[in-house]
Design a protein around this ligand. Structure first.
Ligand code: 5GP
Ligand code: MN
Length: 340
């Protein structure tokens, strides 16, 4: 059940044929899909002996530090000079798991100004036109699923190495919450079947994703569910929040709050959940929903963000308290989606 188009592959192969230095890019606060998709491509080009760099706007989460080649990822916030150098020298940019330049944060301008041809592979809705060629498929479980199709096509259908398969499996597992959402298309399982044939240790990857945290992260989760969760039954919504003081108290490390936003959705009758996290000068917002309730619309309308129908994120310049007040104020605008 092929999904990627022949034209995209044909064009991509042409760009790749003349590329000597490739730069891979993904989004700020990278998740498993961003890292898995980028690192799979990194490993592929390394195997083909093509010079490649993977540049991210900021730090990767600690719980993914075991992935192949993570030590080679360049982060713009800590290695600006090096990031600028590799972007200025590249003759092909491949962007994965985002479709809007704002997701590149402070790197956006230099990437948009680069004369290098750009390929984009992504599964978010409403792609911005910032690449020369685009493979966009909103129905895909993850970008990793699309990168599987891409690499398989440019590699003449040959089986992928175990390292590549492991990265792609990680992307699919994290973006589907271990196959609990975004995974009703049989094609996703065809891809997973191929990845398993490459010899990956499925249980190892799942164990690293879910059972690789500090004890203070678990205590932070317990604390915020107990003390900082508000349930609004009449709006079928529940949300949690964390201040900087809370994070410090529980020795917060990047990635620790990943997945917290899903917990309120486990309450009977709740179809919309949110988490608000106080950061330096802004409030990070994450939203999750069930069914037709549009998490991405709430985020896009009021919190400078976007994403998928059921998983979205954004940022607010306002304080934690003001952001939460605004959230409660605007929520009734979406009541009509509750009856659908
Ligand atoms: P998370 O809540 O895990 O940070 O993000 C969930 C999804 O929302 C991501 O896969 C991404 O699609 C989207 N998202 C998160 N943060 C932002 C943001 O700041 N802007 C936009 N446009 N989308 C975001
Ligand atoms: Mn993704």
């Amino acid at each position: 059940m092929k999904q990627i188009s022949d034209n995209f592959i044909k064009d991509a192969i042409q760009y790749l044929a003349s590329a000597k230095n490739i730069v891979l890019l993904s989004h700020k606060n990278p998740d498993g899909d961003a890292l898995g998709s980028g690192l799979a491509l990194y490993q592929y080009f390394k195997e083909k002996k093509i010079s490649v760099n993977f540049v991210l706007p900021n730090q990767l989460p600690d719980y993914l530090d075991w992935m192949p080649n993570v030590q080679n990822v360049i982060t713009y916030n800590t290695q600006k000079e090096l990031a600028l150098k590799v972007i200025s020298q590249t003759d092909l940019i491949i962007m994965v798991d985002f479709n809007h330049s704002s997701r590149l944060d402070k790197m956006a301008e230099i990437v948009l100004e680069s004369k290098a041809p750009k390929i984009m592979i992504d599964h978010h809705p409403y792609p911005e036109s910032i690449s020369d060629i685009l493979y966009s498929r909103v129905s895909a479980s993850s970008t990793a699923e699309m990168v599987f199709e891409f690499i398989t096509a440019i590699n003449n259908g040959e089986k992928l190495s175990k390292e590549i398969a492991e990265c792609l499996f990680l992307g699919i597992v994290t973006d589907t919450g271990s196959f609990s959402y975004n995974s009703s298309n049989p094609f996703t399982f065809e891809v997973v079947s191929e990845l398993l044939k490459s010899g990956i240790d499925k249980d190892f990857v799942i164990d690293k994703v879910y059972n690789n945290h500090s004890h203070s992260r678990l205590r932070l989760l317990g604390y915020c569910l107990n003390d900082n969760m508000k349930v609004l039954p009449e709006l079928s919504t529940a949300y949690i929040y964390l201040s900087q003081a809370d994070l410090e108290k529980y020795n917060f490390e990047p990635g620790d709050t990943e997945g917290f936003v899903n917990y309120p959705l486990s309450i009977k009758g709740i179809v919309f959940s949110a988490i608000f996290i106080e950061k330096d000068g802004y409030t990070k917002c994450s939203f999750r929903s069930k069914g037709k309730f549009p998490a991405n619309k709430v985020s896009g309308d009021h919190f400078n963000g976007g994403g998928h129908l059921n998983a979205a994120g954004g940022e607010s310049k306002a304080s934690l308290k003001d952001t939460i007040d605004k959230f409660e104020r605007v929520l009734p605008e979406y009541s009509n989606f509750l009856n659908e």
